[in-house]
Design a protein around this ligand. Structure first.
Ligand SMILES: [Fe+2]
Length: 437
């Protein structure tokens, strides 16, 4: 779907929709600042790894997005805050112009964190003026909607990247205090749900915002399959480790095994186990946004790559679901779960009720699928620079579904396609098993 049609403003409802768009815009902008509040200015400068970005960069880049794509086009007499910021904070928009190399974002000590806060204030005031001016063209509204969703994606990345940074710190900082009312639960019994499949419509149904990569809606043939009621748990992953999963090349794709050997992987990212310790004696620890804590055996495994997810599934005698199986299974389920607004900031154990329903489909961890990230039949990227948003990444990546515990509320939906390279695991990524029926 083109961003031109991302927001549908019927004539009679325009002012009401604009008011709500304005409210959501300002709420989204405020949440980004709120997420950065527990961090020192020093925390906000450092780039934890080549895939991550500093907090300060996320805050500035999302601001630049509104300035470059909305304000300079639609707000009369808008004054660009600082011409040099475009080079610093353009991410990957080739058609906009040259930019600071991604891997060197952590070297940007200037502009300072204070300058970036002032930049956000300048742009927020301008966005306020634009929304209040009346006569907001539908294209501007569509781009503001895209900017809100873009900033929400960066809110998740901000937290993901802060975790990566804090995990490498000897003092193991705590981003947020754990809720003492939330206790580890016993694992719910795994069940399997059967689906008949068929020729099934897939992709965004046109109701509300969606990224262009979620359409066009089209038919897919889905063969009969079964899907696990809940995500693979830490305890199940510990079984894979104890059975030599990371030392058995026959379980792995060739690229996966090469990565295991090159990276020395023997556990999910952020796991640390003391010599001879077991998970049940609290001897296996994992860094999280709540600090360095014993692993909850019943909680979903998190921070595993596609290669690891694929190897685990093979070891367990199952496979990963395709993105179409996942989307079919999610039909009719409420889009509710452990997302950012729940403030868990970590994936949670499944509910204990044995009701034969799929659990943890939304929130907790992004679920790796077996599907390569490819365009749907008839896909066309949006015209202009924002057409670079999704389409140009449709090569060598895999689709993940369902959102995570740090996905902003309202940002995930059944047709949402996240995508990462198969070796990446710093995001909140896990898996659910599937099988042919
Ligand atoms: Fe971005």
């Amino acid at each position: 779907m083109s961003v031109r049609t991302a927001v549908r403003a019927e004539p009679g409802r325009r002012s009401q929709e604009r008011a709500s768009l304005h409210d959501r815009l300002m709420e989204t902008r405020a949440l980004s600042s709120e997420l950065a509040r527990p961090l020192s200015d020093e925390d906000q400068v450092v780039q934890a790894n080549d895939d991550a970005s500093p907090t300060k960069w996320h805050l500035a880049h999302t601001t630049w997005f509104f300035e470059a794509f909305v304000l300079t086009r639609f707000l009369q007499a808008y004054r660009v805050y600082d011409e040099s910021f475009e080079y610093c904070f353009n991410s990957y928009y080739e058609s906009v112009g040259p930019r600071h190399p991604r891997r060197m974002r952590g070297l940007l000590t200037r502009p300072s964190a204070g300058d970036v806060r002032a930049y956000r204030e300048h742009v927020d005031q301008a966005l306020d003026r634009l929304c209040a001016s009346g006569g907001l063209p539908p294209e501007a509204a569509a781009l503001i909607e895209l900017g809100i969703n873009h900033e929400q994606q960066h809110q998740e990345l901000l937290l993901t990247d802060i975790l990566s940074l804090f995990a490498g710190e000897p003092l193991k900082p705590v981003y947020a205090a754990a809720d003492p009312a939330l206790r580890a639960a016993a694992p719910a019994p795994l069940e399997w749900i059967a689906f008949q499949g068929g020729v099934v419509p897939m992709g965004h149904d046109g109701d509300g915002f969606a990224y262009d990569n979620e359409g066009p809606r089209h038919d897919q043939l889905v063969r009969p399959f079964t899907l696990a009621t809940h995500l693979v748990s830490n305890e199940e992953w510990a079984g894979f480790i104890e059975d030599g999963g990371y030392r058995t090349p026959s379980l792995w794709l060739a690229d996966g095994w090469a990565t295991v050997e090159a990276q020395g992987w023997d556990a999910p990212l952020y796991w640390e186990h003391a010599q001879g310790a077991t998970m049940h004696k609290g001897g296996t620890m994992q860094m999280s946004l709540l600090g360095f804590r014993p692993i909850d055996p019943a909680a979903p495994v998190c921070h595993v790559s596609y290669y690891e997810a694929d190897a685990f599934a093979r070891w367990a005698g199952y496979r990963l679901p395709t993105e179409f199986e996942w989307e079919l299974a999610a039909d009719g389920l409420p889009v509710a779960g452990s997302t950012l607004g729940q403030k868990h900031l970590r994936p949670m154990a499944p509910a204990l009720d044995r009701d034969g329903q799929l659990k943890q489909m939304f929130g907790d961890v992004w679920e790796w699928t077996a599907s390569a990230y490819l365009p749907y039949p008839g896909f066309k990227a949006a015209p202009g620079a924002v057409g670079e948003y999704n389409g140009k990444f449709m090569c060598n990546q895999f689709v993940l579904r369902g959102g995570s515990c740090v996905t902003p509320d309202g940002h995930v939906r059944r047709s949402y396609r996240n995508f990462f390279y198969p070796h990446q695991r710093w995001q909140f990524m896990g898996l659910r098993l599937a099988a042919d029926a």
